[in-house]
Write a protein of this length. Structure first.
Length: 182
């Protein structure tokens, strides 16, 4: 991901730690979309996602001094996001099964209604997955992370990440089959 200023994550962190708020603004601008997208898909509720998103970047702000500049910053931020989503799912009301807060992909007009229905069904199915299956599936499918990166973010082995993704896909298929009229 490119920062509009062209600075690396390490440079942005050093800029912020040196007292220039523009460094943090650069980090926020660079990672806002992928982080919010993950949170929204994990929680299924825009209001809750906005609250957790703010908490994530407050944690980033506070922890930036301890960030390992040799590691990818996105993975570190996603790890914070996943942990805060886990906390939210444990302590808050159940996730809303209505995917209205998650924009559907934009297919051609001739397939828009059908694609929108399928997207809504898939989003509902993702929300029905256990938190462990949901987080690995979203990190893999929506963030495009490697199994080893998922393992690092979640504190699990690469093999466990692969296994959880497999079972997430199996469970999502079952959900779709139960809800699709043939």
């Amino acid at each position: 991901m490119a920062d509009p200023s062209g600075k690396t994550d390490k440079e942005l962190a050093a800029q912020f730690l040196g007292g220039d708020a523009a460094g943090f603004e650069g980090i926020l601008a660079k990672y806002r979309k992928p982080v919010f997208s993950l949170i929204l898909r994990m929680l299924g509720d825009r209001t809750r996602a906005e609250d957790v998103f703010q908490d994530v970047f407050i944690a980033v702000l506070r922890g930036l001094g301890g960030f390992n500049a040799g590691a990818p910053m996105l993975n570190w931020i996603l790890q914070i996001a996943v942990n805060l989503c886990r906390n939210e799912l444990r302590t808050a009301r159940p996730a809303c099964a209505d995917p209205a807060g998650v924009p559907a992909p934009g297919p051609g007009p001739e397939h828009a209604a059908e694609a929108s229905d399928l997207y809504a069904l898939l989003q509902k199915g993702v929300l029905e997955l256990s938190p462990e299956h949901r987080e690995v599936l979203l990190l893999r499918m929506h963030q495009g992370l490697k199994y080893s990166e998922i393992g690092d973010i979640l504190g699990i082995s690469e093999g466990t990440a692969k296994s959880r993704i497999h079972y997430a896909v199996v469970n999502l298929r079952r959900f779709v089959k139960r809800h699709v009229k043939e």
